[in-house]
Design a protein around this ligand. Structure first.
Ligand code: SF4
Ligand code: SF4
Length: 101
């Protein structure tokens, strides 16, 4: 399937550990990527600065659902299920959703 233009659910719901221009420490889950335009398109599309994980992410019916809302709900749950709980007293580390997709 093709990516739904203007959806951007994966650019909001997912955490990204690699640096993004404007987000040098990566992107936390549930935070809108700074590279999204007002139309929810990627400013870095086709650019070398675009993270590899973004280039590699492929739309799928399960992930993308029928709407941005469905995709956001699915991906938010995926992040929740794949984010390890931090040991007591230790800071939380990034999720491993990239392996789960
Ligand atoms: S969730 Fe799917 S349809 Fe929506 S932006 Fe990501 S890849 Fe495209
Ligand atoms: S760099 Fe582009 S594709 Fe990657 S999360 Fe940001 S807006 Fe989405």
């Amino acid at each position: 399937m093709k990516c739904r233009p203007g959806c951007a659910a994966c650019c909001i719901a997912l955490s990204i550990s690699s640096p993004i221009p404007g987000m040098p420490g990566g992107k936390p889950a549930g935070v809108r990527c700074v590279q999204l335009t007002a139309d929810n398109l990627c400013r870095l599309y086709g650019q070398p600065e675009r993270p590899r994980v973004c280039n590699g992410l492929r739309p799928s019916p399960v992930m993308c659902g029928q709407s941005a809302e469905e995709a956001l709900a699915y991906l938010t749950e995926l992040e929740r299920l794949t984010t390890p709980s931090p040991p007591a007293g230790r800071p939380k580390e990034g999720s491993d959703h990239e392996r789960a997709l």
